[in-house]
Design a binder for this molecule. Structure first.
Ligand code: FES
Length: 221
């Protein structure tokens, strides 16, 4: 069940250019991999959506890339600070798959450590724009790593149950090769629970709120 809690930051670790923020779990349910949480830094009004990266005992960990004022404020938290966490929200990955293959790009690898743990360490193909960004691959067991200009789709083979998360062009390319892939999409989200319509995307000609219908969809958005 989703809850909103103020949680104490345990650690803020650099992973390449990304920040791994670990907070005490409190009474928050970690949910299903691919679900997300709204994180609100101290003194900020607008929360930001983050998928859960790791769920060690008693903690929740989020991997984020500081790309704007909201994410920069979250990336600046220090141990002992308190942040608001609301979730789990949305629909995560279906885990009843026979031959899972995780396919991710950039900060899209964020849900994979938790997903990999739940699926007993399946193979993964991860793509990054530089060796520095690729340091995040160390969080995902059994990962094959490619760095641009090589693309993850160059290593995709048929006959796998693909679970993918990453930038839109990557997801569209994965969908062409693996039409049944589960795809975790990203969209700007203001509320996270269906109230603001800020996350609307068109799926098969129908507008859907990604925070409610997704983030994981089995069709191309
Ligand atoms: Fe508000 Fe989806 S984020 S409706």
């Amino acid at each position: 069940m989703r809850r909103r809690s103020q949680l104490r930051v345990v650690a803020n670790e650099a992973v390449g250019p990304y920040s791994l923020i670990r907070v005490e779990r409190g009474d928050i349910d970690p949910g299903v991999p691919g679900q997300f949480f709204m994180l609100e830094a101290p003194g900020r009004v607008l929360p930001r959506p983050m998928s859960l990266c790791q769920a060690p005992a008693g903690e929740l960990a989020f991997l984020l890339e500081a790309i704007g004022p909201g994410t920069r404020a979250i990336a600046a938290v220090e141990p002992g600070d308190e942040i608001h966490v609301f979730g789990p929200l949305g629909n995560g990955f279906r885990l009843d798959v026979e031959k899972p293959l995780l396919v991710g790009g950039g900060i899209g690898v964020a849900p994979f450590p938790y997903l990999s743990e739940q699926l007993n360490g399946p193979p993964a193909i991860l793509g990054f724009r530089s060796d520095w960004h690729a340091e995040a691959a160390a969080l995902v067991p059994n990962a094959e790593v490619v760095v641009e200009p090589t693309l993850v789709t160059e290593l995709l083979i048929e006959g796998q149950d693909v679970l993918a998360c990453g930038p839109e062009p990557m997801l569209e390319a994965v969908h062409k090769i693996a039409p049944k892939a589960q795809l975790a999409w990203e969209a700007p989200m203001a509320c996270g629970y269906g109230a603001c319509y800020g996350c609307s995307v068109e799926v098969d000609g129908v507008l859907q709120r990604l925070c409610v219908a997704g983030p994981v969809l089995e069709e191309a958005a």
